[in-house]
Design a binder for this molecule. Structure first.
Ligand SMILES: Cc1cc2nc3c(=O)[nH]c(=O)nc-3n(C[C@H](O)[C@H](O)[C@H](O)COP(=O)(O)OP(=O)(O)OC[C@H]3O[C@@H](n4cnc5c(N)ncnc54)[C@H](O)[C@@H]3O)c2cc1C
Length: 323
């Protein structure tokens, strides 16, 4: 076996991002002349049928571990055991918060090498080489591994989930004794976060909202315009701190740095801490009712007026133009 992939599941379904990692792992393992396996951690809903269905995405074996699902540390324990017992050369994760956390934990536990934010992986001279964008995605670096295992954590949705039609995978139960600290956290509730499935660093178009939106519902104006433009929604820290939008969408000094082709800033004053995260955008369009708002100093196009009137009209105009 050469590659072990973590497959995250909720309520009887595997997460799409994980399925992408599973099929990518299976494809790479084949090119390496080996096989890929998946590891799953959870309760009774992990039936033979559900686990075996990962075979459709190309893995030949699934290691099933009974334990708390959706928490990072128990998965680190499970994967550390499966890797050590079976001598996997690589461990692969789709992106997402849990993938990042488990991948980082496994790296520390196994004293391994890790590459994060990977957008592609290839086989070269019988080894995996991970490709990772740097400098605001303007350059790609190739990362190889000198020791084992090599840990690869993909960007969110970097890998496509492709069914290979290879039938059910074999399921093997593995007993894992969890570390004491691994079972200290419990899952209290699980909810969907708005915009959490989009990686805003990859979007060509971002419609960002600030305090000028008035309240959390105001973000519907940004979402409609972003939908019409085929883009994603971003936010300032002021609105993230107010709980109007998730932190994953925050742009700026304490958030993400982006450089899309188009950045629409709606109801954003243009504070320096926000500016540093978006000033490299190719085109900046600002909508603000205050003609003296600092955002206009670094915008390519400024619209002075009430966003509640302007944004719906802009959305309609974009839709009409697109036919
Ligand atoms: C250490 C530190 C780190 C920080 N990190 C970040 C960061 O990472 N990202 C970040 O964004 N901020 C960050 N901040 C906060 C930053 O200083 C600003 O407070 C924040 O960016 C302001 O957010 P805003 O533009 O949404 O709100 P405001 O500054 O309140 O601006 C709202 C704007 O909306 C306009 N407006 C109001 N109503 C309407 C309307 N109806 N139509 C049109 N326009 C309207 C107003 O004229 C105003 O310009 C940080 C601050 C500190 C001290």
């Amino acid at each position: 076996m050469s590659i072990l992939v973590y497959a995250l599941h909720y309520e009887g379904e595997f997460n799409k991002n994980s399925l992408g990692a599973v099929s990518e792992g299976a494809k790479l393992a084949k090119e390496l002349g080996g096989e890929a396996a998946a590891v799953v951690v959870g309760g009774d809903d992990l039936t033979d049928e559900l686990c075996g269905s990962l075979g459709n995405y190309g893995v030949s074996k699934v290691y099933r571990v009974k334990g708390p699902e959706g928490l990072a540390q128990p998965v680190v324990d499970a994967m550390a055991k499966v890797v050590s017992d079976n001598g996997f050369k690589y461990a692969l994760f789709g992106g997402g918060l849990l993938g990042f956390e488990i991948g980082a934990g496994l790296t520390a536990r196994l004293d391994a090498g890790v590459t994060m934010e990977v957008t592609a992986v290839r086989v070269e001279d019988g080894q995996l080489v991970a490709e990772r964008p740097i400098l605001q995605d303007s350059q790609i670096v190739d990362v190889g591994y000198v020791g084992e295992p090599g840990i690869i954590i993909g960007r969110l949705n970097a890998f496509d989930a492709a069914e290979s039609g290879e039938g059910a995978a074999a399921v093997e139960d593995v007993d894992v004794s969890f570390e004491e600290h691994s079972t200290k956290a419990t899952m209290v509730e699980r909810g969907e976060q708005r915009g959490a499935d989009v990686n805003i660093e990859d979007a060509d178009v971002l419609v960002a909202g600030g305090r000028g939106l008035g309240n959390a519902e105001g973000f519907e104006l940004c979402e409609s315009l972003a939908d019409a433009l085929g883009g994603a929604v971003a936010a300032t820290r002021a609105v993230v701190d107010a709980g109007w939008y998730p932190y994953a969408a925050q742009i700026g000094q304490t958030g993400k740095t982006v450089a899309p082709k188009l950045y629409v800033a709606a109801g954003i004053s243009g504070a320096i801490q926000h500016k540093v995260g978006m000033q490299s955008s190719e085109n900046i369009v600002a909508i603000n009712k205050d003609p003296n708002a600092p955002i206009f100093e670094f915008s390519d196009l400024g619209i002075v007026g009430d966003l509640n009137k302007i944004m719906p009209k802009l959305t309609e105009a974009v839709k009409a133009k697109k036919g």
